[in-house]
Design a protein around this ligand. Structure first.
Ligand code: HEC
Length: 147
């Protein structure tokens, strides 16, 4: 009986703690992390496809990256920056410099759209340099906006 009450009290004490720690934000942070992990895999897939001259795979992967680039802005609501209660690495700069963040997203949008087009010409040199531009857009944003 006493044990039961103790567990119940513990539950009541700990529950508000969990619900207050960024309700909802936890969900969106996980969602964007999954999208970024997928981006990394897509970049690997593209990189592998050069040796196989598999331009079709490159085009399809670039389309997925471009789709993510176009919706990325929705995944950074206010209050979803990195904190001690989440595993996010999102820098405060995203919200203090919204124009800069928008530009970084645009570089990713433009470079991935370009890769979709260029990969269809099946020229390896052009496709490689276009792929490098996409990679630079990832890196550029991380330097400014990821902790
Ligand atoms: C406009 C900015 C921006 C662009 C462009 C961008 N990223 Fe990121 N990336 C971020 C931010 C911000 C985080 C941290 C998100 C968080 O932890 O909440 C992140 C996190 C990541 C992570 C870690 C995910 C995890 O599990 O914690 C990987 C991997 C990643 N990005 C890969 C990429 C790749 C590959 C590209 C390009 C194809 C890319 N990113 C483009 C901003 C960007």
């Amino acid at each position: 009986m006493y044990k039961c009450k103790f567990v119940l009290i513990l539950f009541l004490i700990s529950f508000p703690f969990f619900s207050y720690s960024h309700e909802g934000a936890t969900g969106i942070i996980k969602e964007r992390m999954d999208k970024f992990k997928e981006s990394k895999n897509l970049m690997r897939t593209i990189n592998k496809s050069f040796s196989e001259d598999n331009f079709n795979v490159i085009t399809q992967s670039a389309k997925k990256l471009n789709k993510w680039a176009n919706e990325m802005h929705k995944y950074f609501p206010k209050g979803s920056e990195a904190s001690s209660s989440n595993k996010s690495e999102a820098s405060d700069n995203i919200w203090s410099d919204p124009e800069g963040f928008k530009e970084a997203i645009e570089k990713f949008q433009i470079s991935s759209a370009k890769l979709i087009k260029i990969s269809q010409n099946k020229n390896i040199d052009d496709t490689v340099s276009s792929f490098r531009e996409v990679a630079a857009s990832c890196k550029g944003c991380h330097q400014q906006f990821r902790n």
